[in-house]
Design a protein around this ligand. Structure first.
Ligand code: D54
Ligand code: ZN
Length: 277
């Protein structure tokens, strides 16, 4: 397992960041390394963002020094979404088969989580983990069980399906919320009109983006935005004061995950498009 730390950034300092610094602090590349877990421990609500890529052997979710706990989930909950072909995850001896884009919520106190290679193709799992002070049951959530909404329109290049997978109407969690948003062919903009939610941070993970295409992800306070060019299978952090919205050179799918003060998905402040700067 490889881990790095990302500190929280003040919005006033953020204004002075150039391309390299923006990427260093907000972009998460190389989340999938063969037979390894790559994770980023952030100081935004202590959310951990990670990728698991078991190819020739199973990979165990081990604790690491930042946690000072015996097991990874002693004081944490985790949401896992399968971003590869069908593959299994074992949770304290129970096997869960995750079809592509299916999710697994695992509550605090679980001792062992093992990710397995796929039968066909290369397994890839993306996860977010947040501190938890209560144990909620482990639960697999299929896309059919997700709370699903259609947003936007092709005329605005933002027709998309938002599947709220780990949301409190579907699965109980302490602070974690996650979902999968799929852009329709010809639609490239996510999260427009853009919003902030001061009570929660967020992370976006882009996938199903052709290898020769990219997403231009916008971040920053609504009147002081910057951009980061993002490739397939890369993730971006969004501080609570930042918008998070992207336009692709093709359509794509992304996973959003949040942690913080509340579990209220609709608690967001939307900005009129014409007010962005
Ligand atoms: O706070 C919620 C998140 O930013 C996403 O759910 C937004 C999203 O998927 C979209 O509009 O495309
Ligand atoms: Zn958001």
């Amino acid at each position: 397992m490889n881990h790095t730390t990302r500190h929280a950034i003040h919005p006033e300092d953020f204004k002075a960041y150039g391309t390299q610094k923006l990427r260093e602090h907000f972009l998460m590349e190389n989340l999938f390394v063969k037979d390894s877990i790559e994770l980023v421990y952030t100081l935004y609500d202590r959310l951990i963002v990670g990728g698991v890529h078991p190819v020739s052997q199973s990979v165990r979710l081990d604790t690491f020094p930042n946690l000072r706990s015996e097991n990874f989930l002693d004081r944490r909950e985790i949401g896992i979404i399968n971003v590869g072909p069908e593959a299994n995850v074992t949770v304290d001896g129970t096997d869960y088969t995750l079809a592509p884009k299916e999710a697994l919520y695992i509550g605090k106190g679980v001792k062992e989580v093992v990710f397995h290679p796929a039968q066909t193709g290369e397994a890839r799992f993306y996860f977010n983990s947040a501190p938890a002070h209560h144990t909620y049951p482990t639960k697999k959530v299929s896309l059919a069980e997700a709370e699903t909404v259609e947003m936007g329109a092709l005329e605005n290049s933002n027709h998309r399906t938002i599947r709220k997978v780990l949301i409190n109407s579907v699965v109980e969690s302490c602070q974690l919320q996650m979902g999968v948003t799929e852009l329709k062919t010809g639609s490239v903009w996510n999260t427009m009109p853009a919003h902030t939610h001061d009570r929660r941070m967020e992370a976006y993970f882009y996938f199903e983006l052709p290898g020769d295409q990219m997403v231009c992800h916008f971040l920053g306070e609504p009147q002081e935005t910057r951009h980061i060019w993002v490739k397939n299978n890369e993730a971006v952090l969004s501080p609570p004061w930042s918008i998070h919205s992207g336009a692709g050179t093709s359509n794509y799918t992304f996973i959003w995950g949040m942690a913080g003060e509340n579990l209220d998905y609709n608690d967001m402040d939307k900005f009129p498009i014409t007010d962005l700067k």
